[in-house]
Design a protein around this ligand. Sequence first.
Ligand code: ADP
Length: 418
Amino acid sequence: MRLTAARLAAGSAVALPVAAALGHALNAPATAIAIVATLALVTVLARLRHLESRMPATALSPSAAADAARHALRTRRLAGQLRALRNAAAALPDALVLLDREGRVRWFNDAAVRLLGLRRPQDRRIMLSARLAGSAIADWLAGSDTEPLDDVPAPADAALHLSLSLLPIGRDQQLLIARDISNLNRLEQVRRDFVANVSHELRTPLTVIHGYLELLDPEDTPELEPIIGEMRLQSRRMAQIVEDLLTLSRLETRPRLVEEHVAMRALLATLRKEAEALSHGRHTIEIEAEDAVDLLGSLKELHSAFSNLVSNAVRYTPTGGRIGIRWRRTPEGLEFAVTDTGYGIPASHQARLTERFYRVSSSRSRETGGTGLGLSIVKHVLNLHQARLTIASEPGRGSTFAALFGSERALDPGARDA
Ligand code: ADP
């Protein structure tokens, strides 16, 4: 019996840190507690059953009776712990559903009733995907995708939004965790509205200031010339930041884009002109394009994204460098890429470049007229085209920023003229 109790302790000792580590990996303390509770529950239950099965049914000797009394005490303590764990799991705001290997429900907490609409006791042992049939969650459960499912309506209340993940527990079980993210979504909306409103409110006064600054003639007051020049530069910079913030707000609130036939030959010619105007002859600019393919998407937004990449290549490449703009089919789809022989970007910065206002060097970005928002705009535009951005860069050698589109967006240039 002592051996069994030790095994119980050992089982919990293994289960708890594993669960805590999983929770930590998810960066979610509530989830950590939940998984701890669930795993410990399962372990403790199994051990209690094991202990019970070993209880002698016949009359006991005095030493066996003492053992039995100790065992009863331990069992009571464990039952107390079990109750506490069950209460903790029940009180969690996240829905937890323990599933067996086939996806049948083994256990769920109260939040699963509220958020997923599970019912007690009918839904024990039922296939969860069948129970939630018709919802995005059921499709996700039925598929082989192990990525979390983000922002879906709650089956029990469409006004609530959930984010779900599935964790394997041992070989035979999985834990479904569903978190209510409705409040986060609301806060995100408040943030978006705030940024959009502030940008909008700043636009008019800035236009007025900028207009008057342009009217001032430095020749009338030569001593003020450097000041007027600096004020013009800064007001242009502010106006550009406001315009970029408004572009981002527009992209964020727009679920779908106008899909049109984008003639790539004409767009590439425009990009070349823009690059040459920005470079003032300081760089060699080359275009390498496959004429036989156009793109399905929004011309305005794609132009904005591509010209951000081209303008970055010009701004972050010293005089004498080369800039290549490439458009081609690849085995995976279509690729628009801008390559430069510029400063390059250290690997430690690359993952964060598409965050708003993230710059490798603020002074270099400002000197070259950057707002810190260009790559954020690129990422949003590409997301709206179900495309992705890849970055390959080496400090001192240069960078390649590539936008990768699915081949379903390929269009025949002839189809437009027909
Ligand atoms: P910015 O307006 O500052 O250029 P972006 O969002 O366009 O803002 O780019 C973010 C940062 O990424 C830049 O500040 C710069 O440090 C870096 N970056 C972008 N493109 C390049 C490039 N082609 N070569 C080197 N660094 C780049």
